[in-house]
Design a protein around this ligand. Structure first.
Ligand SMILES: [Zn+2]
Length: 218
């Protein structure tokens, strides 16, 4: 039975790398895959998925009003598809997540969606909310905070390296940078509370607003 998978993580965990590797594994065996990515994400040029370690592939951009079930159905009728991949899946609409569920249920094609769980304010993205609700299998892609704990959250920083605490969920084409942190260090950053690790390392008030050296270096 084909399933809908959701691979979720924070920024820079290697989701696109995993997607491209998994797609390659199909193609190496002569099986056709189709890769979608969010139309609003122009980091890799329109309709392209690229990873930080240099892998890249053409992709079909999806937009909010696209009917993915219909698009995939037509492509599948023309030439059989072995697996559908979706990058930046946090930008799917709730109806599109259901369309992908029907692709697995009715067309029998597995769908592998990769995306961020939460935004820089710790809120679920709409696509991620629906995927967490109805995907058959949830798989966490892990990366680590500067402290070594699992990073599950992300902070947004502006050009000057200052933390952004408010603003739109998506800042398309901005020059902001994202840093992945564990929940504890994310909360300390977002709340301005620089909670000392112990009494010896208690920092002065002026340091509380700035990002720790370990993050800047990363
Ligand atoms: Zn941490």
């Amino acid at each position: 039975m084909a399933k809908l998978y959701f691979h979720y993580a924070t920024m820079n965990a290697g989701k696109s790398t995993m997607l491209l590797q998994a797609s390659y594994n199909y193609r190496e065996r002569g099986m056709r895959t189709v890769i979608f990515t969010a139309g609003l994400d122009d980091r890799a040029g329109k309709g392209r998925v690229s990873s930080r370690i240099g892998l890249a592939s053409d992709a079909i951009p999806f937009h909010g009003d696209d009917d993915l079930q219909q698009m995939i159905g037509e492509m599948h009728a023309a030439e059989s598809i072995a697996c559908v991949f979706v990058d930046e899946a946090q930008f799917l609409s709730a109806p599109q997540v259901w369309q992908l569920a029907r692709v697995s249920d009715r067309l029998g094609i597995p769908v592998m969606a990769y995306g961020l769980r939460t935004d820089f304010q710790g809120k679920l993205f709409p696509g991620s909310l629906e995927l967490l609700a109805i995907a058959d299998e949830l798989r966490e892609v892990r990366t680590i905070c500067f402290c070594g704990r699992k990073a599950t959250m992300v902070v947004r920083m502006d050009l000057n390296g200052r933390l952004v605490r408010e603003g739109a969920q998506v800042d398309v084409g901005g020059n902001e940078k994202y840093v992945s942190l564990c929940r504890r260090h994310w909360e300390e950053q977002m709340s301005c509370e620089a909670v000392p690790e112990n009494e010896d390392s208690a920092s002065d008030e002026a340091e509380a607003e700035t990002v720790p050296r370990a993050i800047r270096a990363g």
